[in-house]
Design a protein around this ligand. Structure first.
Ligand code: ATP
Length: 248
């Protein structure tokens, strides 16, 4: 069976710095894969090659069997790759529902709706996605008033408006309280299973990674030094020496 995401020999250098070197992995539908590593290991570079922001020097990226290497971020988004960001990207002056409506209009390429009319479109779909992430009761609130954890859930719903097959989450739980972190990751795992999404996330919080990832990849100085299920990675001598130390 073709994996949802297949990466072979992904490589990127900046001058003499090997930011990502010969990285290969695969991600199956319905699974959650974590990409971890110390500061400067190459996580962001790797992520940004997958979403089209950085062009690899070498290597191949296939999403659902289609070669997406070197495509623009917009083309990759159109092929069904959703993203959430470290810094939440919602419109603060709009309500929660309006943010969803804008995302849905964009997904349906309805970009020329006259100002002030966007609120009439996709109400049912917007509310269904808000219910899915537990935000239905806050549909009328302005985003600027939301608690941080709720903003992150809205951001997840916005990413789902594009009906992605693959979801890339950059430090999804950064800045959240421990209980909110677990809630967001449990929600993400449930949605991934139910909708057959693959999720790739970067994360500095090892509790989140080991509790919620199906598989973990560890980067160090641009190279993948280990990948496997959490128990394998936790017990890997090289990972312990270079990264985890006594952390787990
Ligand atoms: N645009 C760039 N120009 C030059 N060097 C870069 C550039 N982007 C990244 N690097 C270098 O590539 C290496 C990998 O950086 P990257 O940001 O991908 O790591 P990271 O694992 O995401 O780190 P962090 O956890 O701190 O965000 C680092 O040595 C970094 O200094």
């Amino acid at each position: 069976m073709t994996a949802l995401l297949e990466v072979e020999g992904l490589t990127k250098s900046y001058g003499g710095v090997h930011a990502v070197r010969d990285v290969s992995f695969a991600l199956e539908t319905g699974k959650i894969l974590a990409l971890i590593g110390p500061n400067g290991a190459g996580k962001s570079t790797c992520f940004n090659m997958l979403n089209g922001q950085i062009r690899p020097d070498r290597g191949v990226i296939r999403i659902a069997g289609r070669n997406t290497t070197g495509l623009s971020p917009r083309a990759i988004w159109r092929l069904g790759v959703g993203r959430t960001f470290q810094i939440t990207a919602t419109f603060n002056s709009m309500t929660v529902r309006e943010n969803m409506q804008v995302a849905l209009l964009s997904h349906h390429r309805e970009l020329f709706v006259p100002r002030g009319f966007a609120g009439r479109f996709h109400v049912g779909r917007a509310d269904a996605l808000l219910d899915l992430v537990g935000m239905g009761h806050q549909a009328e609130r302005a985003c600027g008033e939301l608690a941080y954890g709720d903003l992150k859930r809205l951001e997840l719903a916005v990413a789902l408006a594009n009906e992605p097959k693959l979801l890339l989450m950059d430090e999804p739980t950064a800045g959240m309280a421990p209980k909110e972190r677990a809630d967001l990751m449990n929600l993400t795992a449930r949605i991934a299973r139910e909708r057959g999404l693959g999720v790739l996330f970067t994360e500095h919080d090892m509790d989140v990674v080991f509790a919620h990832a199906d598989r973990i990849m560890v980067l160090n100085r641009g190279e993948l030094i280990a990948q496997g299920v959490p128990q394998q990675v936790r017990n890997d001598a090289r990972v312990k020496a270079t990264y985890l130390g006594g952390a787990t």
